[in-house]
Design a protein. Structure first.
Length: 373
């Protein structure tokens, strides 16, 4: 099997020759620790595979992707507004006013390089008037959203041996970026018609941009980023989810299925107990990262959802930090799920309390579970 076939077989409840080897991704502070503890210079994943004596294959494989952009254009100007001791008051590229430690620069706000705490002070969308201004930054016909060689890429991808994926912000995630988390939650209760208006705008925009890829019939995975759960609960009620968010997921999943997309996956931190049946109803058939500390139990999810939902993640990051015995017990816990519809992996970014040696112990046991050694 090639990397694409292996990935799809694993999550579609087929019989892969091996389950994709995906131990998890360390952040910058984790890599700093590992280098100090003897990890060789260079790519960390290559170092893991070399240490275990296994073939290096990124889950799903590596190769050209469509690289279409759903980001606002133009972005807001990044600027430092004020200094407060060891903290900076800044405007980020999304128009948020936030307070961060002066140890970090703007690159930490553009992407998840590390675990960065920030204090949110103001958001770009507060009402319909500010939303009308925001909408102007989302022109689906802006040529800069598409690679100049998109047509050539789509042609090449017809012969692909690696997984093709497109990631989009889900409606909750995107509205949270526009309005802020607490203001969005209040809006869901106080002005649901405005929330619905924003969600419908986002749904239509994503559909327009995505159509150029879907029409080519070369997409394997649509990943919807939707962090929308706490420890134990969804961030908004299941009723609000059904009324305001489910129609968007259902629209995208339907369009994806019509174009031959095999996997529609939602990425949401937190406890997703209440969300699983709603995602399944919307046409979603996979989720990640299945955070154990938040209350997710992948074994009970399998009993409850059967083959309607596949999973990636589900291995407690806290157990990896506790050493050999805890790691063995944790992998034994998820072993029944690994029989199908599951790519076992760390249940979020690998934190810096995981040592290099413990990560190698965990990776070695994971390689055995997934038949890589």
């Amino acid at each position: 099997m090639n990397a694409r076939e292996r990935y799809l077989s694993a999550l579609l409840f087929r019989k892969p020759d091996r389950i994709p080897f995906a131990p998890g991704h360390p952040r910058e502070s984790t890599l700093t620790r590992w280098r100090a503890e003897g990890m060789p210079a260079g790519d960390w994943f290559s170092s893991v595979c070399a240490a275990l004596g296994i073939q290096r294959e990124v889950a799903g494989g590596e190769g050209v992707q469509c690289d279409i952009s759903f980001r606002m254009r133009p972005a807001f100007q990044e600027k430092v507004i004020a200094r407060k001791g060891a903290h900076l008051l800044v405007q980020d590229w999304m128009g948020n006013i936030v307070e961060i430690s002066d140890r970090y620069d703007f690159s930490y706000l553009r992407q998840a390089k590390d675990f960065v705490t920030r204090r949110w002070l103001r958001f770009p969308v507060a009402d319909r008037r500010s939303f009308e201004k925001m909408k102007k930054r989302y022109d689906p016909d802006d040529s800069a959203r598409y690679p100049e060689d998109l047509s050539r890429r789509l042609t090449r991808l017809r012969e692909r041996t690696h997984l093709t994926r497109v990631a989009v912000n889900g409606p909750f995630w995107q509205m949270r970026e526009w309005c802020g988390f607490e203001p969005l939650c209040y809006l869901c209760a106080d002005d649901p018609s405005f929330v619905r208006e924003m969600a419908e705008f986002w749904a239509a925009f994503v559909s327009r941009v995505l159509a150029r890829v879907l029409d080519a019939g070369v997409l394997d995975l649509l990943l919807i980023s939707e962090d929308m759960a706490y420890k134990g609960k969804s961030m908004v009620s299941p009723q609000m989810v059904r009324e305001l968010l489910l129609p968007v997921w259902k629209r995208w999943a339907g369009e994806a299925r019509q174009a031959g997309v095999c996997l529609v996956m939602v990425d949401s931190d937190g406890c997703v107990d209440e969300l699983l049946p709603l995602w399944i109803e919307a046409g979603v058939n996979a989720t990640t990262p299945v955070e154990v500390a938040a209350g997710c139990d992948i074994v009970s999810y399998r009993r409850r959802c059967g083959t309607k939902m596949a999973y990636a993640g589900g291995i407690d990051k806290r157990a990896i930090a506790k050493g050999q015995r805890a790691i063995e017990e944790e992998l034994d816990r998820v072993r029944p799920v690994a029989e199908g519809g599951y790519i076992p992996s760390c249940d979020h970014a690998v934190p810096p309390d995981v040592s290099w040696q413990d990560f190698l112990r965990y990776a070695g046991l994971l390689a055995e579970l997934t038949a890589w050694r």
